[in-house]
Design a protein around this ligand. Structure first.
Ligand code: 13P
Length: 251
């Protein structure tokens, strides 16, 4: 089965109205030429601006997190319905920065997936091991457990309507990319775990690699059979670099 490459930008807590306008002015007019699917996940305060900038283009809009509750007394948080309301189609859930800095356990990630799914948001579920876990030989166990929690919450079809992102924690923002072979091994194991539940969803599911993806290494990653795109942090802040990454996708 051929899966269309999804190139996703995770801007994290970066940007300003001025910087975002420069980015969209540079990227959006050329985006129609790109063969892959494109997603930009931005800080929530800028989502409305970006919804306007991406209107009528192939660039899809996503948020970087969502609260697990529908609404109520949760100061500072953002509900899934609000993200939909300002034009989001997607949301990243379970990013390692949320897991390590803000206490997002597998249970909380599962609840967030459920909340997003109930509002029809497509989820980019992030999984990944720390360096310690890799060195201890537990990578596959760790990522499979992270996947399973979300899979139990929303099921394989909803997962396949979104995407899974394998982001080894040791490769995020460090300049150290997993080799294509290292990433492929984990992607294949993740797909097998979904296949055990639902083979059709496993074939349809796009598994993105994240962790120091840049123009120089995107093509070799996309060439692997189970790498169906990228979740790009630092390099996605430069429109030119993100464009080059997108252009590396042949399908
Ligand atoms: P970098 O591309 O900056 O390593 O970040 C990866 C990431 O965390 C994307 O979600």
């Amino acid at each position: 089965m051929t899966r269309k490459i999804l190139a996703a930008a995770n801007w994290k807590m970066n940007g300003s109205r001025t910087a975002n306008r420069a980015w969209t002015d540079s990227f959006v007019p050329r985006s129609a030429e790109l063969a892959c699917n494109i997603l930009v996940c931005a800080p929530s305060v800028y989502l409305s601006d970006l919804d306007r900038a991406f209107e009528g283009t192939k660039v899809m809009l996503g948020a970087q997190d969502v609260n697990e509750h529908a609404n109520g007394a949760y100061t500072g948080e953002t509900a899934a319905a609000m993200l939909k309301d300002v034009g989001c189609e997607w949301v990243i859930i379970g990013h390692s920065e949320r897991r390590t800095l803000y206490g997002d356990s597998n249970e909380r990630v599962a609840a967030k997936c459920r909340a997003a799914h109930e509002q029809g948001l497509r989820v980019v579920l992030c999984v990944g091991e720390t360096l310690q876990e890799r060195e201890a030989g537990t990578t596959i166990d760790v990522v499979t457990e992270q996947l399973q929690a979300a899979l139990n919450a929303i099921g394989p079809q909803a997962l396949a309507a979104g995407a899974l992102a394998y982001e080894p924690v040791w490769a995020i923002g460090t300049g150290k990319t997993a080799t294509p072979a290292q990433a492929q091994e984990v992607h294949a194991a993740l797909r097998d775990a979904v296949r055990a539940v639902d083979p059709e969803s496993a074939d349809a599911l796009r598994i993105l690699y994240g962790g120091s993806v840049k123009p120089a290494n995107a093509a070799e990653l996309f060439a692997m059979p189970d790498i169906d795109g990228a979740l790009v942090g630092g390099a996605a802040l430069k429109a030119e670099d993100f464009y080059s990454i997108c252009a590396s996708a042949q399908v």
